[in-house]
Design a protein around this ligand. Structure first.
Ligand SMILES: [Zn+2]
Length: 241
């Protein structure tokens, strides 16, 4: 892949602007105890994003046992599922002459183009069978509008169409979300940033995520999340139920 293409890809995410190193706190994170006003958001832990799938994230399967263990500490769990039409606008194959990981212009701006992935109803789009989330109550499906992608669980990539998740959480008195899943620098980051924008306290549980990392997109995502007040923690920082 060309460096220029990859830089453009990161820019397309709105995550560009210096791929400097992310400074880590010198102090250990205080333990965090989820309560009735907390929700665990499990982003896109689907076959497509795990080895053997159409857009595998390195180490994707490793998040499953971490998330299953975290689930014991949460009364509220929301799951997201990337759920594309065949011929979706985010697929490189839809655009003549384009290859995966290049970008194109769509009506709402620059779009990274992906291999065909998570097509509705396929085994590839199914949630990973090893997920065990007894208190999961809602599955937000996203990316099902043929011409609009959706990385975020809250708002589609046109930055106009709401999924309704913020209203659901707020109506249930939930003010804090803990984001996990795949991939850190795309759907997890966009979900966390939107949650901040919508007024939630937001934690990303780093070891319950894995990244795609297109030429610095992971560092850029952490930098942007940190700037917006997203707290970066580890699963060991959660008080076990
Ligand atoms: Zn997708």
């Amino acid at each position: 892949m060309h460096r220029r293409t990859l830089v453009k890809s990161a820019a397309a995410l709105g995550l560009a602007g210096g791929f400097g190193s992310v400074s880590l706190s010198a102090f250990a994170q205080a333990k965090v105890k989820p309560n009735a006003k907390s929700a665990l958001i499990v982003v896109d832990v689907q076959n497509c994003f795990i080895d053997g799938g159409t857009l595998p994230v390195k180490g994707g399967a490793e998040v499953v046992p971490v998330i299953n263990k975290l689930a014991d500490s949460f009364e509220n769990i929301v799951v997201t599922q990337d759920w594309h039409t065949a011929g979706h606008a985010s697929f490189a194959s839809t655009h003549a002459g384009k290859k995966p990981f290049e970008t194109t212009k769509l009506s709402y701006g620059t779009q990274v183009l992906w291999p065909d992935h998570c097509v509705q109803g396929t085994e590839d789009a199914a949630l990973n069978k090893d997920l065990k989330l007894p208190t999961a109550q809602v599955i937000i499906r996203k990316g099902f509008h043929k011409n609009v992608d959706s990385y975020s669980a809250f708002e589609e990539a046109d930055r106009k169409t709401s999924t309704g998740l913020a209203g659901y959480l707020k109506q249930r008195g939930i003010n804090t979300v803990f984001v996990t899943g795949l991939a850190t620098d795309f759907c997890v980051a966009w979900t966390a940033l939107d949650a901040r924008k919508l007024g939630f306290q937001v934690y990303v549980i780093e070891d319950a995520t894995r990244a795609i990392d297109l030429n610095g997109s992971l560092a850029a995502a952490w930098k942007q999340m940190s700037a917006k007040g997203v707290k970066r923690i580890q699963s060991s920082d959660i008080v076990a139920a």
